[in-house]
Design a protein around this ligand. Structure first.
Ligand code: FAD
Length: 574
């Protein structure tokens, strides 16, 4: 069974779960009519099914290689990227005056979902390019915008983000790359960056690196960092490619998965760069790209889960292993009829719906923030971003791991492709801020408003659930209780003045929050269907079997730090 893009699920969530109609009702996104959305989703489905999915295995078996200093990409990648670019899809949400379509990020998110499900390693390239477009739109000078945006939007050029250095991973402020003014408005950039995704390729055009570096008068830490555009080829005034810049790919990393994505060690040796935003304010500018990418990476996890689920379902419907409990009762005769396999398929499906709903709710909040300028929407978007990133990627890992389990021994054998999903998606929980860092952001920065944003979401969920009791009490009651537990855990978090007390339980808190959000979105789906049908049955499954996880998670979240440090390093080493 070939890959099928999840268009129906996206459309259902848009219409019934995340209120996409609010976005389409704004002046800014008036173009996003129902017909337009359908047409775009249909085109992207075709591209992901017919062009991207067939090359996914090639990315694994024919990895990107560094040959004589030049990166050669996997078979079919250049053509598949070209097809995406030709459709103008890189600029789906980019500003119209630079050649973009100016459509909502929710649509771009649906696109990233399909691209990630069909070929995660290639999908990372447009994700980074989209993030760079947004960073330049918001922070670059008019001259830089005029030079770079049209070419990034058309896909003629691609973008990267360069933060990480050997000694500066999560602690970006420890970076040592230097920028020295050349006296002509440009800067000389020197230093080594590691793990740079799509640091080079053979698609043609330019590779545009956004590089964080410190000016001579930059103070130590994140406050002294500036952001620079450092292109592989220095463009001539007319935008044609000029001389090669002083930068090179030193090597490509050998990775567990995601082999189709070249992960480069980059050396900058006095390379010419242009300042993006203000001096010493590089982190603020880079945050635009990172925030965009955080949601995008959550969607990578979700997409990989979708791909893994489809493969596992296909296998479970074909593989026969003796008598099943449904024999003679209209069953399939295959392993999908065994209770434990049915449980795994149900968990996979239910959590894909949860992760997709959270991601699209986050994208809708971002769009509403842009369209209305309202602080509440911006705060909602900022709050949901770390949840979307961490839960989406955890779902990617859990579902792809379960997908291997459904395959039995064949899951461990590479030719089925089941293991590739797990190997490819594993890094998504690590890059773009590890999931631990996301959870710390949620309980610290995202609660600096004294929990106003968190409680607004909790109140919204509880009001909806209260109303739902009248028609659907069996589903609404356990959810109402779970929301109460989440409210108490949130109050506990806010009562901890010492942030380390919060950090000691931040990951289970984030996961517990996502579990409760999942209950809310599943309940909405069930009600939209009138309480009967496949979505209602999936909701019942989720609320009975997965929602209860919130209790353990939130109990874990509110223990504090003392017992962690009571467990000494000697204890851990004994
Ligand atoms: C395949 C791949 C592609 C990548 N692509 C890019 C890219 O395109 N551009 C780019 O700039 N970078 C990229 N990265 C780098 C990536 O963003 C970093 O690996 C990530 O930010 C973590 O940094 P680190 O590896 O140094 O781990 P560390 O920061 O050393 O973290 C190790 C562990 O310590 C934890 N930890 C660290 N600090 C804290 C803290 N303060 N509190 C609690 N826990 C903490 C982490 O959560 C983690 O579990 C990529 C990495 C990989 C593997």
């Amino acid at each position: 069974m070939p890959f099928r893009a999840p268009v129906d699920d996206v459309r259902f969530i848009f219409d019934n779960v995340v209120d996409f109609d609010k976005v389409a009702a704004t002046d800014r996104f008036a173009e996003a009519s129902s017909d337009t959305v359908d047409a775009i989703l249909g085109e992207l489905a075709r591209l992901s099914e017919e062009v991207w999915a067939p090359i996914n295995r090639d990315g694994d078996t024919d990895p990107a290689m560094l040959e004589n200093g030049v990166v050669r990409t996997s078979k079919g990648f250049k053509e598949a990227f070209g097809a995406l670019a030709e459709g103008g899809w890189l600029g789906l949400s980019a500003a119209e005056d630079s050649g973009g379509m100016g459509l909502p990020l929710a649509l771009t998110s649906a696109m990233n979902d399909m691209l990630s499900a069909s070929c995660l390693s290639l999908g990372l390239n447009p994700l980074l390019t989209q993030g760079q477009i947004e960073a330049l739109e918001n922070h670059a000078s008019d001259a830089l915008k005029a030079m770079y945006l049209p070419k990034l939007i058309s896909g003629e050029w691609t973008g990267t983000m360069n933060l990480t250095e050997p000694q500066a991973g999560s602690d970006v402020g420890a970076l040592r790359s230097k920028a020295v003014p050349n006296g002509d408005g440009t800067y000389a950039i020197s230093g080594q960056k590691v793990y740079i995704s799509w640091g080079d390729h053979d698609f043609g055009g330019n590779v545009c690196h956004l590089v964080l570096a410190r000016l001579p008068d930059g103070v130590p830490g994140t406050k002294g960092i500036s952001l620079f555009m450092v292109p592989k080829y220095i463009p001539n005034e007319d935008g044609s490619l000029g001389e090669a810049n002083s930068l090179r790919v030193v090597s490509l990393e050998h990775k567990m998965g995601l082999h189709g994505s070249p992960t480069a060690v980059m050396e900058y040796d006095g390379a010419t760069g242009w300042l993006v935003g203000e001096e010493h304010k590089g982190m603020a500018a880079m945050f635009t790209m990172m925030n965009n990418a955080r949601l995008g990476v959550g969607i990578q996890g979700l997409g990989a889960a979708e791909g893994a689920y489809q493969k596992a379902l296909e296998f479970a419907l074909e593989r026969k292993q003796g008598r099943t409990p449904l024999e003679g009762k209209g069953g399939t005769g295959a392993i999908a009829d065994f209770a434990d396999v049915r449980r795994m398929l149900g968990e996979m499906r239910a959590d894909i719906f949860t992760a997709r709903s959270i991601a699209l709710a986050c994208a809708v909040a971002i769009d509403m923030g842009h369209a209305t300028g309202e602080a509440e929407w911006k705060a909602r978007a900022a709050f949901l971003t770390p949840i979307a990133k961490a839960f989406g990627t955890e779902t990617g890992m859990r579902v792809s791991e379960m997908g291997m389990q459904v395959h039995g021994g064949m899951g461990f054998i590479e030719e089925t492709g089941a293991a590739q999903f797990y190997r490819d998606v594993r890094v998504t929980a690590i890059y773009e801020g590890t999931n631990g860092i996301q959870a710390m952001d949620l309980v610290a920065r995202k609660m600096m408003d004294k929990g106003e944003t968190a409680f607004a979401l909790i109140d919204e969920m509880q009001a909806f659930t209260e109303t739902a009791r009248a028609s659907c009490d069996t589903l609404a009651e356990p959810l109402w209780q779970a929301i109460e537990t989440l409210r108490e855990a949130t109050e506990w978090m806010l009562a901890q003045g010492d942030l380390n007390e919060r950090f000691a339980g931040c990951v289970p808190y984030l996961m517990g929050f996502a579990r409760v959000l999942g209950g809310y979105y599943h309940l909405k789906a069930a009600l939209a269907e009138g309480g009967e049908g496949p979505r209602s049955r999936l909701a019942a499954f989720y609320l009975k079997r997965l929602l209860p996880e919130h209790a353990g998670l939130l109990a874990h979240a509110t223990v504090g730090a003392a017992d962690l440090y009571a467990l000494s390093i000697e204890d851990l080493s004994a």
